[in-house]
Design a binder for this molecule. Structure first.
Ligand code: SIN
Length: 503
């Protein structure tokens, strides 16, 4: 399928913006590719009903080679532009995202399953990274340092790291792209992206938007394919790729870290989480419940920052469980495209199996089922729906307290005092996000200092935002996304010792 560029412009800007048509080509080296070297294709399906929504060329190492060649050729010119020039293109891209929000949200819900209101929210969130980094790119300041000799000066300058790569997850098909691409472009880098195989369509929509916004050819490629290890090993082996940003599991993150050693690539790794959500008995209970609901049920519990262990002080634990169960059972389950639905399908059958296993294990070990606890297949199109579930009296012997459940299950674990809950909350290899609710100001400060987590919501269930440095500690990874720290990830620091200054 060899189609001229004009087709894609029309496709992305016109027809696709108003109906269900999908982009079914990869974006490689500044051009659209309807056929890949292997000649293979793969299907993208809707988790709500199992229908095939697109058939894409199955990209591999060859396409990644073209992408990296083009990125390496295009990046120097981009780096020489002024930050204001780069910002203008980025602002146009953000503007197009807002303009096409309905279409982009629809594509996202079709391929990922999240409720349409959440998809709309994600498009705005995705655009916010592009908007914010467009401006922050204008503030890449250097330094001068007093030298040790009268005839010398010391200058510190920042330069783009060059060609970068991103491997992005299926749970935020647009925002996890722009959170990486935004700072990369603002810093003067090129980026090749390998999006998750389950949700490539939103990534291709992002490519169409940046193309239409006027991004120079070659600076951005989106290579999707089922040969994850082939594509990834190409990225890891190519010495021109100077940095990789990865969002995904800790297991894969560790592997990538080992592979990065050979070419000494810089890394940002946003890995697994196992977030504690702590409710003290002095908390504003309604705010804590709303926070728990938002954190737990966002994307049906499929985010790395979802509350996974809900610690509630013993004297309010029963009331909290009952009131959370009321809120969870009032949620509307169904196809995310239907307005009013607040709980869509999980992304694939494997995800539901894990949730079932965790709930079964907890019940066998003594947890009490307050609400939910079952698949809801009978009434829906696929095996992928699971009822919003609350478990009371959970404890550390259970899988729900040991691993990310990545599903709509709130496991409530009673605790007695502050020191105990801090110790239990920190008793994990993960350190991505933590939440707590209390009205005691001293306790707010003590917990922010003692909880071993990189992202903390104090009386806040939804802390993420473009201007703040999101990221983890311990085995949840390193590197920050968002904030000026997020831009630093794409910049090298050089220092120049300038001699011969004295007359
Ligand atoms: C994630 O779960 O990986 C990101 C969530 C966020 O940006 O809030």
């Amino acid at each position: 399928m060899d189609r001229p560029l004009e087709f894609h412009r029309r496709h992305a800007a016109g027809r696709a913006a108003t109906n269900a048509e999908m982009i079914e080509e990869l974006f490689v080296g500044g051009g659209w590719l309807g056929r890949v070297a292997s000649g293979k294709t793969f299907e993208v399906t809707n988790p709500a009903n199992g229908a095939t929504i697109a058939v894409l060329p199955d990209g591999g190492r060859e396409e990644m080679q073209t992408a990296v060649d083009a990125a390496a050729a295009a990046q120097p010119e981009w780096a020489e532009r002024t930050a204001a020039d780069r910002a203008a293109i980025m602002r146009s891209a953000a503007h197009l995202m807002h303009e096409r929000k309905e279409h982009l949200a629809r594509v996202m819900t079709l391929e990922q399953g999240k409720p349409i209101t959440e998809s709309r929210g994600e498009i705005v969130y995705a655009a916010s990274f592009v908007e914010w980094f467009a401006e922050e790119g204008k503030r890449v300041y250097g330094e001068t340092i007093p030298a040790s000799f009268p005839d010398k000066r010391i200058l510190v300058i920042k330069r783009p790291v060059g060609v970068t790569a991103a491997i992005t997850p299926w749970n935020f098909p647009a925002a996890m792209i722009t959170r990486k691409l935004g700072p990369a472009l603002a810093a003067g880098c090129a980026m090749v992206i390998k999006p998750a195989r389950l949700t490539p369509l939103s990534a291709l929509e992002m490519a169409a938007i940046f193309e239409q916004a006027g991004l120079p050819k070659g600076l951005l490629s989106v290579v999707v394919g089922t040969d994850t290890s082939g594509i990834t090993s190409f990225i890891m082996e190519d010495e021109r790729v100077r940095k990789l940003s990865f969002t995904g599991s800790t297991e894969v993150g560790k592997l990538l870290m080992k592979q990065a050693a050979d070419t000494m690539k810089r890394l940002s790794l946003e890995l697994g989480g196992h977030a504690p959500f702590i409710v003290f008995d002095d908390a504003d209970m309604e705010a804590a419940l709303e926070g728990a609901l938002a954190s737990k049920m966002r994307n049906m519990g499929q985010t790395c920052v979802c509350a996974n262990r809900i610690f509630v002080q013993r004297d309010v634990a029963e009331e909290f469980a009952e009131r959370l169960a009321e809120k969870m059972s009032a949620m509307k389950v169904g196809d995310g495209l239907e307005e009013g639905v607040t709980v869509g399908p999980l992304v694939e059958p494997k995800a539901v199996e894990k949730v079932e296993h965790h709930v079964q294990d907890a019940l066998e070990k003594g947890a009490k089922l307050v609400v939910g606890g079952e698949r809801l297949n009978a009434n829906y199109g696929t095996e992928n729906f699971y009822a919003p579930t609350v478990l009371a009296d959970a404890d550390e012997t259970m899988l729900v307290a040991k691993e990310e459940t990545f599903g709509p299950v709130a496991a409530i674990m009673p605790f007695d005092n502050e020191d105990e809950v801090i110790e239990r909350a920190n008793d994990t290899v993960y350190g991505l996000a933590a939440y707590y609710f209390t009205r005691d100001v001293g306790r707010v400060v003590r917990l922010m200092e003692k909880l071993e987590y990189g992202t903390i919501g104090a009386n806040d269930g939804m802390p993420s935002t473009a201007q703040a440095p999101f990221g983890g500690l311990k085995e949840s990874g390193f590197g920050r996304e968002g904030g000026h720290q997020g831009l630093e990830e794409y910049l090298d620091t050089k220092y120049v010792s300038l001699g011969g200054v004295a007359r």
